[in-house]
Ligand binder design. Structure first.
Ligand code: GDP
Ligand code: ZN
Length: 306
């Protein structure tokens, strides 16, 4: 619940960027083309805003309401660009083909943990899986870490009912490497996607709404899906080594039990995380990827010690 708005201001939610403006949806579902008050800062898809009606069916965004979460990605020049606001969950989509990139999966999950967004795995293209053993092994680590894993096929529709049920009432995004079936799944989940694209194109007055930018769609059973086709991974920027270890959620019971307070769980003596890996309590594969991500983090000097 947000604070009451000032006189003449109304609540809305940003559904996409249109040219130099924003498409803002009010509580009745009507979309208004808005520009923003100067010095408002970044306004993201998913943001809740107060806006003021202007002539000609347009509006001006006056204020961005407090966010539940914010997802950013690295942009050229060491800057950060906002991907989406107020996401509750990000599902990493993987498939038997192209073969899962565990490092990418773990990076996305770690960033989400750090940002207070729930993570989950969607194993798509199960229609292609003949030997279940090969991929069961791969998902075991995620199930053990407490992540939900959905087995679906965008092509055959298998598993989609259960996945839809889990999405109900939440604001979600699909992420993952190219070719795993994110757009196929998005189409399967959003029967009215084309209607909104048409509506946004009409509003823009500039021809077609480019679907390469992030767009918020409503799920038929309640909840929303932010489709951000160009973005596959979110940066580790702003995470410290301690944040990274904490973002590997199954490491948490062992953190704080190492000999050194600032242990990075690499080569230090009496490291509780390393001991747990050695004894088989923690997955070696996940731990190896933690180390690779730690190296990646430390390779970016301005973020390394922060
Ligand atoms: P994206 O790059 O992640 O958006 O992936 P796409 O949705 O474009 O899908 C990539 C390819 O995988 C396309 O040729 C799809 O037809 C195919 N594909 C998507 N989902 C499935 C599935 O469940 N089963 C099979 N066999 N193929 C799929
Ligand atoms: Zn340690």
């Amino acid at each position: 619940m947000s604070a009451p708005s000032a006189e003449g201001q109304r609540w809305g939610r940003v559904v996409c960027h249109l040219g130099k403006g924003l498409a803002v949806e009010d509580e009745t579902g009507r979309i208004v083309l808005c520009h923003t008050r100067r010095r408002l800062g970044d306004v993201a898809v998913g943001d809740e805003v107060d806006w003021q009606a202007l002539p000609q069916d347009q509006g001006r965004v006056e204020r961005v309401l407090p966010r539940r979460s914010l997802l950013v990605r690295p942009a050229p020049g060491g800057r950060l660009r906002v991907v989406a606001a107020n996401l509750d969950r990000v599902y990493v989509v993987v498939a038997p083909l192209p073969e899962p990139d565990g490092l990418l999966v773990d990076q996305i999950l770690a960033v989400c943990e750090h940002r207070g967004i729930e993570g989950g795995i969607v194993f798509n293209k199960i229609d292609l899986v003949t030997e279940s053993a090969s991929w069961e092994g791969w998902v075991t680590d995620y199930l053990a870490a407490g992540y939900p894993v959905f087995r679906v096929s965008a092509r055959s529709g298998a598993g989609l009912a259960e996945f839809r049920e889990a999405l109900r009432g939440h604001c979600v995004m699909l992420s993952g490497q190219s070719g795993v079936g994110k757009s196929s799944l998005t189409k399967a989940l959003l029967p009215k996607m084309q209607l909104r694209i048409n509506e946004l194109s009409a509003k823009s007055g500039l021809g077609r709404h480019t679907t390469t930018t992030a767009t918020l769609y409503h799920l038929p059973d309640g909840g929303d899906l932010i489709d951000s086709p160009g973005v596959q991974v979110f940066g580790l920027a702003e995470m410290s080594p301690a944040d990274l270890a904490h973002a590997f959620r199954e490491f948490r019971p062992f953190l704080g039990r190492c000999r050194f307070n600032d242990c990075r769980h690499v080569r230090e003596p009496d490291c509780a995380v390393c001991a747990a890996v050695a004894s088989g309590s923690l997955s070696t594969a996940r731990y190896e990827r933690y180390r690779k991500l730690l190296e990646r983090l430390q390779a970016v000097p301005e973020f390394a010690g922060a």
